[in-house]
Design a protein around this ligand. Structure first.
Ligand SMILES: [Zn+2]
Length: 471
């Protein structure tokens, strides 16, 4: 507290009440200088939540109270932790959760602000152009009203490979001896991890297995985690054999081989199934289910509700695998003890930033994992896998990324939608600020343009491949 040191002897002569005023004035001057944790009256604010249940990222430790100040959690306890001067929030028996982490998004403008309104305090981008990533990073670093972000930047894929239909032109590879250069360029651009696209079993041109292996080797040599997109069970086999750390998506083309699932569990490979997107892709009305939940409606707004209920674009005449097979494969992974990560793949058709993560949690529980495991898949799990050591837990010393919900998501996972409050690094989020804002209008335009581009590209691809070819 060096900033509060006061001189004597004039100090000794002051009445106590005047001394308190001087301390307050000096504290105000010091926090205004740093700009951190400033309350309306200029005094650094501490907030204490009382009368709560707490899920700490893996379990419920029996705490009822969480205190935070200057962006960090300072105390968690079974007894009320409030001190004089704190803002006290009575949770009314509701549940405090770590801020949620969406382990799979693709940025569009407004993604970070919209995510935060649904309690998602960190998003992990899994392929976006460098300009979009730079703008998101700048926002996350300078504004308290948006989620934080990590990104792969441009992922590794073949020329014309997925997701060229969204983002081309961008750098691609054609051979294993280009892997080192590709990884070095991503590190220079600030990528937090490497994304690799396995197109095996998919619709688009694909990297060969030797190139995927070389990319994994190069990334690991530079200390980068590797996330691999898969389109099929053969793709899972390919990327697991290449030694990736995280598999993105769960295949629905066939049942996952039990021996492969055991290898994944043994190797500690995590899987982010993104069921919230897959259900829509395979014809299930998951987006409509999100739009129909009154607990999500206010922060969702009419513009997004319309887009979610308009349904997946649909591929007339195409045979799609049954969505239930995707859930069956998640059930196999969970039963084998594979770490699951909750990710939405928003803004794919039928999904939206933030709200769809609550849908993903519901779908994961449907696959047989407990609500606590599902919550861990959106908090402590991705924090551990992606090395985000300052978040994903309610614990003293961690970022005050917090969500307060009414009810108990450990008994009913959909209670995560009954959000009362969201704090990002200790700053309360105005959950009504995004709907009908200029930022939302920009986002809807960007989203509509992207959907139109993808739908046109997929239709063209299918017509070039001939009838009845499924992805
Ligand atoms: Zn994706």
């Amino acid at each position: 507290m060096a900033g509060l040191a006061v001189d004597r002897p004039w100090w000794d002569r002051l009445e106590w009440s005047v001394r308190v005023d001087v301390i307050r004035w000096r504290a105000r001057a010091s926090v205004v200088e740093t700009g951190a944790g400033v309350r309306g009256d200029g005094v650094a604010a501490a907030t204490t939540i009382v009368n709560a249940k707490v899920f700490d990222g893996t379990k419920s430790p029996g705490w009822t109270s969480v205190r935070f100040a200057d962006g960090l959690i300072t105390q968690c306890s079974a007894a009320p932790a409030a001190r004089a001067g704190d803002e006290v929030i009575d949770a009314g028996g509701g549940t405090v959760l770590p801020g949620l982490i969406d382990a799979h998004v693709h940025l569009v403008p407004g993604a970070l602000a919209q995510s935060l309104t649904f309690g998602v305090t960190t998003v992990l981008d899994m392929f976006s152009p460098p300009g979009l990533v730079a703008r998101a990073r700048e926002q996350a670093g300078s504004r308290p009203d948006v989620a934080d972000v990590r990104s792969s930047g441009v992922g590794a894929t073949a020329p014309g490979g997925h997701p060229s239909m969204m983002y081309a032109p961008f750098p691609t590879l054609t051979a294993a001896d280009q892997a080192g250069q590709f990884v070095a360029e991503r590190i220079a651009e600030g990528s937090d991890y490497l994304k690799i696209i396995s197109g095996t079993g998919g619709l688009w041109p694909s990297l060969d297995s030797a190139t995927i292996r070389a990319l994994v080797t190069s990334a690991h040599a530079r200390g980068l985690l590797v996330v691999a997109h898969v389109s099929s069970t053969a793709g899972v086999e390919e990327v697991v054999s290449a030694g990736v750390d995280v598999v993105a998506h769960v295949p629905a083309d066939a049942e996952l081989d039990p021996a492969l699932v055991e290898r994944m569990a043994g190797a500690g490979i995590a899987v982010g199934p993104t069921l919230a997107t897959i259900e829509n892709t395979l014809g299930e009305p998951g987006g409509a289910a999100v739009a129909a939940d009154p607990r999500l409606a206010e922060a969702l707004g009419d513009g997004w509700a319309r887009r979610l209920t308009s349904g997946a674009p649909g591929w007339p005449g195409r045979e799609m695998p049954p969505y239930s097979r995707a859930e069956d494969n998640v059930r196999r992974l969970a039963a084998a003890g594979v770490t699951l990560l909750a990710g939405t793949d928003a803004p794919n058709p039928g999904t939206v930033f933030g709200a769809s993560l609550h849908r993903e949690l519901e779908l994961l529980v449907r696959c047989g994992i407990s609500p606590a495991q599902a919550l861990a898949a959106a908090t402590a799990g991705p924090a551990r896998v992606f090395g985000l050591t300052d978040r994903g837990r309610v614990a003293a010393g961690h970022r005050a990324d917090l969500v307060l919900v009414s009810g108990d998501p450990l008994t009913d996972i959909t209670a995560t939608r009954a959000i009362e409050r969201v704090w990002r690094a200790g700053t309360a989020c105005d959950r009504r600020a995004f709907v009908a804002s200029a930022a939302e209008a920009e986002q809807l335009d960007a989203f509509d343009a992207r959907v139109a581009r993808v739908v046109a590209a997929v239709r063209e691809r299918w017509s070039s491949l001939g009838p009845r070819r499924a992805p």
